[in-house]
Design a protein around this ligand. Structure first.
Ligand code: NAD
Ligand code: TYD
Length: 340
């Protein structure tokens, strides 16, 4: 079995590469990644010498490079993680989100059509469903919830999902789509809530909470997401969407307070800053379908997962300190410099 994993130098893609190489020693795993600001070769250093692993630096929007790779490797499965993934950046500059997330998806699927494939899997997000109100805890996203997006990021992911379903219906491409809630864990880029708060707290810097900090996200340990995708590509039904989430809803402010407590840092570091434009209030996944059809259940409880994650950031300072000392500093200054 040969699997192309796009975006495998990023947060979830790299965790998926590790999971697959570990679980299926006879599979060949090819990582296709453009190494944008979010992709990091040092993340993959533990697998670079694995004879079943190959890294190829190219963009999923590069038709020629993608075609060449398909000719060389004749993949059985493609799992498309590659994307621009940060909502705040999509508000600053939507264009690259449309190029990578929509047109890149098209290029990957065209290659699948041309060369033949057993499965094309699109890694999507619960953000395509928009948001839920805080005062209706009885409501959850199911696979039937209408698509209703808020940010250029979620709109680009939703557009890609529509294109994936169109390629299935029109061309018979054997596709599946997964829509997962917020992930956390090792190798999470420090622009996102949890790693940003850990890094800032460790450096005794202000912890910038948007608005009142009452927005709710449904957090899942990254390994549980990887295991769900593994199940879907092997046993999921073609043409189906699967929601992934572990019923772990938490308000942002509570997450930040947990991080302060775990690190022994004062809550006085918390600074309320201007809210995100169009800020989604609450995400909450109903994972009944993937549980009933594929037997998936989350294995890591938040209380354990957040401890493991914080420990990982303590043990791997080199990884994130290198990131926050580079181009990231300009990003941080632009985003947070005068955000009151
Ligand atoms: P990430 O930003 O950490 O990593 C993205 C990776 O894609 C990087 O390695 C980057 O170099 C690569 N990439 C970007 N543009 C590319 C291009 N044109 N060609 C090839 N590679 C390119 O993102 P992540 O958090 O790991 O998310 C991975 C996927 O999962 C995304 O599709 C995202 O929408 C989805 N998702 C993320 C979450 C989450 O909580 N992080 C939740 C649900 C779904
Ligand atoms: P993020 O990690 O960017 O994920 P997403 O927006 O895709 O859910 O943000 C998670 C939540 O944390 C979201 O409600 C925005 C909020 N947030 C802050 O309050 N401060 C920050 O500095 C960041 C990056 C996010």
């Amino acid at each position: 079995m040969t699997i192309i994993v796009t975006g495998g130098a990023g947060f979830i893609g790299s965790n998926f590469v590790f999971h697959m190489l570990n679980k299926y020693p006879d599979y060949r795993i090819i990582c296709l990644d453009a190494l944008t600001y979010a992709g990091n070769m040092s993340t993959l250093k533990s697998v670079m010498d694995n004879p079943n692993f190959r890294f190829v630096k190219a963009s999923i929007t590069d038709r020629e490079a993608v075609d060449k790779l398909f000719e060389e490797e004749k993949p059985d499965i493609v799992v498309n993680f590659a994307a621009e993934s940060h909502v705040d950046r999509s508000i600053e500059n939507p264009s690259v989100f449309l190029e990578t997330n929509i047109l890149g998806t098209q290029v990957m699927m065209d290659a699948c059509r041309k060369h033949g494939i057993k499965r094309y899997h699109q890694v999507s997000t619960d953000e395509v469903y928009g948001d839920l109100p805080l005062d209706r805890p009885d409501l959850f996203f199911t696979e039937e919830t209408p698509i209703h997006t808020s940010s250029p990021y979620s709109a680009s992911k939703a557009s890609a999902d529509l294109l994936v379903m169109a390629y299935h219906r029109t061309f018979g491409l054997p596709v599946t789509i997964s829509r997962c809630s917020n992930n956390y864990g090792p190798y999470h880029f420090p622009e996102k809530l949890i790693p940003l708060m850990i890094a800032n707290a460790l450096n005794d810097k202000p912890l910038p909470v948007y608005g009142k900090g009452e927005n709710v996200r449904d957090w899942l340990y990254v390994e549980d997401h990887c295991k769900a995708i593994d199940l879907i590509i092997h046993n999921g039904r073609v043409g189906e969407v699967y929601n992934i989430g572990g019923h772990n809803e938490m308000a942002n402010i509570d997450i930040v307070k947990i991080i302060c407590k775990e690190l022994g840092k004062p809550e006085s570091l918390i600074t309320y800053v201007a809210d995100r434009k169009g800020h989604d209030m609450r995400y909450a996944i109903d994972p009944t379908k993937i549980h009933n059809e594929l037997g998936w259940l989350p294995e890591t409880k938040f209380a354990d997962g957040i401890k493991k994650t914080i420990q990982w950031y303590l043990d791997n300072k080199d990884w994130w300190e290198e990131i926050i000392s580079g181009e990231y500093r300009n990003y941080y200054e632009k985003m947070y410099g005068d955000r009151h």
